[in-house]
Design a protein around this ligand. Structure first.
Ligand SMILES: [Zn+2]
Ligand SMILES: [Zn+2]
Length: 174
């Protein structure tokens, strides 16, 4: 098993390296950076000034058939699905592909103040959350669990930074 992190319009190497270390600790598998060079322009809505996350996943599916392991796309671009104002990410349940956006994880987005530690914590939470869906986890009712749903940044901040015991057991983590 391998997890590929595929940055698309995401250039902060330091955060990626940190993510690799933390994901290795959680999943005990190889984590690699995958250069996808995907053209996601057809996912862009000029009207909403956002990218349609489901279409990004479709583009990735079409262009990465041979790649082994999970593929998590990380982008700075703001994401949406038609029924919602925005999404932090989207994942195939029990699948190979997921995407997260760091756009609304920046504290600057809300308060104008930079907070790198808070940003990274949010990034790790959303990464673990979408990968959890890839591994077959549904939303969890435990607020200490990273699989709790979060539709606002407040909810991202309230929920825990790791899987609860029940979710860990579901996906066979030690
Ligand atoms: Zn979810
Ligand atoms: Zn849980």
């Amino acid at each position: 098993m391998k997890i590929n992190l595929a940055p698309i319009k995401f250039s902060n190497k330091a955060f990626l390296e940190r993510l690799i270390r933390d994901l290795k600790n959680v999943f005990q598998v190889n984590i690699e950076i995958l250069d996808l060079f995907l053209d996601i322009s057809d996912s862009y809505s000029a009207e909403r000034k956002q990218f349609y996350s489901t279409k990004i996943l479709e583009t990735a599916i079409k262009n990465t058939g041979q790649t082994e392991g999970k593929i998590l796309i990380i982008t700075e671009m703001d994401l949406y699905v038609p029924v919602l104002t925005f999404v932090f990410g989207e994942a195939q349940l029990n699948g190979k592909y997921s995407v997260i956006s760091s756009c609304r994880l920046h504290e600057e987005f809300y308060t104008g103040h930079t907070n790198n530690e808070l940003f990274y914590e949010r990034l790790l939470k959303e990464t673990l959350h979408e990968l959890g869906h890839n591994f077959g986890l549904l939303h969890c009712l435990d607020w200490d669990c990273v699989m709790h749903s979060s539709n606002s940044i407040e909810e991202v901040d309230i929920k825990g930074l790791s899987y609860c015991g029940h979710c860990r057991k579901e996906i066979n983590l030690l």
